[in-house]
Design a protein. Structure first.
Length: 90
């Protein structure tokens, strides 16, 4: 017999059945507004950790990006042109 576990979504305050594959970790339901709330919650948790506070603006990160750009000149121009396939609609 399968036990159905229901949780209360912190975003919309309604009960939902979590995905069986991730039911122990899923906190929010699958509504669009709740997905946005979930992302904001996860980002705030990640940024609250002391080791992540200066992650995106650190001098080390900027140096890595600068080095990568020097090693890959024209990446964005070439990347956008390569994989684009356009289909005709009738």
């Amino acid at each position: 017999m399968k036990i159905e576990r229901r949780k209360k979504c912190p975003g919309c305050q309604k009960w939902f059945t979590p995905d069986p594959r991730t039911q122990d970790r899923q906190r929010f339901c699958s509504k669009a507004a709740c997905k946005k709330a979930s992302k904001a919650w996860r980002q705030s948790r990640w940024l609250a950790k002391p080791e992540n506070r200066g992650y995106w603006g650190s001098a080390e990160r900027k140096q890595k990006v600068k080095f990568w750009r020097e090693e890959n000149p024209g990446y964005w121009r070439n990347h956008k042109r390569k994989g684009r396939v356009r289909y005709k609609t009738t």
